[in-house]
Design a protein around this ligand. Structure first.
Ligand SMILES: [Zn+2]
Length: 289
């Protein structure tokens, strides 16, 4: 991955204040729109200077593996070994990271004071985080994946793979990258294709397959319902209650997803072979319809 300059990194609409390589930024915007929420991140593109600063904060020159306060993580940079200090996260050798190439992001693993809420923004609390799993599913056709993050055991790190981006519009001919036709919109992802990622559609809108004709356009990307869980309120919580009732529950439709709603969700999930966690993410939405 070759390092790009600040001028080559463009601002990312769905991540205000952060920059990525243009194709990676476009793809992430599409992935966020498809997911229906935005990500909270700690980092995206990093200048070489920033990478060096981070590396020097975490690694000290020499093989210090046997010294107190050091890990066994040794990397080679500028012709010598560097050992990572205990209590610091791994960092790539400067100039070798996909962050430098503007093709990687690090998602927050903890929500911070002042961050926007669950209804619009997600974090990745672990590899098994339901939002993480749902985001990766939505992001896959747009070339964003966690292969690299998995290989280094960093649940927060995602990478853009342009060759996998089936929705990318090439500069030359305006055609999608792949000869493969993108998968048709799924019912639950097509409530309102034009809604912004932060404001999921309030009501079900019939699928209009002719509207985008299977073409990739960020403005017509299908949108997902937001994840609904204990304490969720608003449009999607209300819609979830209506759908649960349609499947036999007897909930008061008050747009407040409380204990009864969670119980009804668990019962529904058991009945449909889903993990009964009471959280309505992608797979449960799919079955709820
Ligand atoms: Zn990273």
């Amino acid at each position: 991955m070759s390092q790009i300059t600040a001028a080559q990194a463009v601002p990312v609409d769905c991540l205000p204040g952060f920059r990525l390589r243009k194709d990676a930024a476009d793809a992430l915007n599409r992935a966020s729109a498809a997911f229906g929420k935005r990500l909270l991140v700690t980092g995206t593109w990093r200048s070489l200077e920033t990478q060096e600063r981070i590396f020097r904060e975490r690694y000290h020159q020499g093989n210090l593996t046997h010294r107190l306060g050091y890990t066994t993580d040794v990397r080679y940079w500028k012709g010598s070994p560097w050992t990572r200090r205990q209590g610091t996260a791994p960092a790539a050798v400067p100039g070798t990271s996909n962050h430098g190439g503007g093709c990687a992001i690090d998602v927050k693993t903890r929500r911070e004071k002042g961050d926007p809420g669950y209804d619009t923004h997600v974090i990745f609390s672990s590899f098994n985080d339901a939002d993480r799993i749902a985001f990766l599913k939505a992001a896959k056709p747009h070339g964003w994946a966690d292969d690299e993050g998995r290989s280094v055991l960093e649940c927060w790190h995602l990478t853009y793979y342009p060759e996998r981006d089936t929705h990318a519009i090439s500069a030359n001919n305006g055609q999608a990258n792949s000869t493969k036709t993108p998968a048709p919109p799924k019912p639950m992802t097509s409530k309102n294709a034009a809604a912004s990622p932060a404001t999921p559609a309030p009501v079900a809108v019939p699928i209009n397959k002719t509207a985008n004709n299977g073409q990739a356009k960020s403005s017509t990307a299908p949108i997902r319902r937001t994840t609904v869980r204990s304490g969720s309120t608003g449009t999607d919580a209300k819609y979830a209650q209506q759908r649960l009732n349609a499947h036999g529950a007897k909930l008061k439709v008050d747009a407040k997803f409380g204990a009864n709603s969670v119980l009804a969700t668990k019962a529904f999930q058991r009945k449909h072979g889903l993990t009964p966690d009471g959280i309505i993410g992608t797979s449960t939405w799919k079955k709820l319809g």
